[in-house]
Design a protein around this ligand. Structure first.
Ligand SMILES: NC(=O)c1ccc[n+]([C@@H]2O[C@H](COP(=O)([O-])OP(=O)(O)OC[C@H]3O[C@@H](n4cnc5c(N)ncnc54)[C@H](OP(=O)(O)O)[C@@H]3O)[C@@H](O)[C@H]2O)c1
Length: 223
């Protein structure tokens, strides 16, 4: 994020403002998990995902009997995702978390689409108050049963807010980059309805590292 806490500009363009050191840091985090989860808005903005390409990280995963690439999991209630995006040509495993309605659009799409579609509907009363919603507790239970115990959540802010609200996030890594974007409509790491000061999730600072002009912060949620 920028020094003023924005993860993109108000046009929601892809956030390519961090350094090579931050990209390497992100790749290291991705290499330590079984699955990477991101919102459909993030996929629409970038069109691709970040695969692991560092030979040492690939070797380490091999030694640990892990797949070369973690599963790339997109979440989208609507599942309105362009199948022509370059993401669908990247050599990575692709899964989708969606609703029953969303899953219909991807049925029978065959090779090169999603290898697995997980449906996690909320109850009809919850859907009435929040139509674009996924049952995250149910979705994470399914992921756990499929062997995915540790996930990296790559954003955007809407997805992170939903997971925070149901207490499914353990740690935050934030890289503060030396620029200011401003703009009330520009997205931040956590969107959604927001929390009051009383409800706010409290964090414990685990580490701070400065590399050139960027600051790498590592937090754990206080339980
Ligand atoms: N700086 C960074 O590190 C960073 C990282 C990631 C993203 N970004 C930026 O963030 C922006 C994209 O963020 P965004 O606000 O669009 O957020 P997002 O969370 O990536 O995507 C929002 C979409 O994802 C789906 N989704 C998210 N949470 C959901 C939930 N709880 N239930 C059901 N569906 C859910 C919905 O898809 P459907 O509408 O299809 O149902 C929703 O419209 C882009 O500008 C991108 O550049 C920056």
């Amino acid at each position: 994020m920028t020094a003023d806490g924005k993860i993109s500009d108000l046009w929601r363009s892809p956030a390519r403002f961090s350094s090579a050191a931050d990209k390497a840091h992100l790749e290291k985090q991705i290499a330590s998990v079984e699955g990477v989860l991101f919102g459909a808005g993030t996929l629409r903005a970038y069109g691709t995902t970040l695969p692991i390409s560092n030979p040492q990280l690939l070797q380490l995963r091999k030694q640990q009997h892990q797949l070369p690439q973690p599963v790339q999991i997109v979440c989208s209630a609507s599942a309105e995702i362009d199948p022509q995006l370059p993401f669908f040509s990247q050599p990575v495993p692709r899964w989708l978390i969606t609703t029953t309605a969303g899953a219909k659009a991807w049925q029978g799409m065959g090779e090169g689409s999603f290898e697995r579609i997980l449906v996690a509907d909320r109850s009809p009363t919850e859907v009435k108050s929040e139509p674009k919603s996924i049952d995250w507790i149910g979705a994470f239970a399914q992921l756990g049963q499929l062997g995915l115990k540790k996930l990296a959540i790559l954003g955007g802010g809407e997805l992170v807010a939903s997971l925070l609200a149901v207490d499914l996030i353990d740690e935050f890594w934030l890289t503060v980059c030396p620029l200011i974007l401003g703009g009330a409509a520009a997205p931040t790491p956590v969107e959604g309805a927001g929390f009051s000061v009383q409800q706010a999730q409290r964090l414990e600072l685990l580490s701070v590292e400065r590399i050139e002009q960027e600051v790498f912060l590592h937090y754990r949620l206080q339980r």
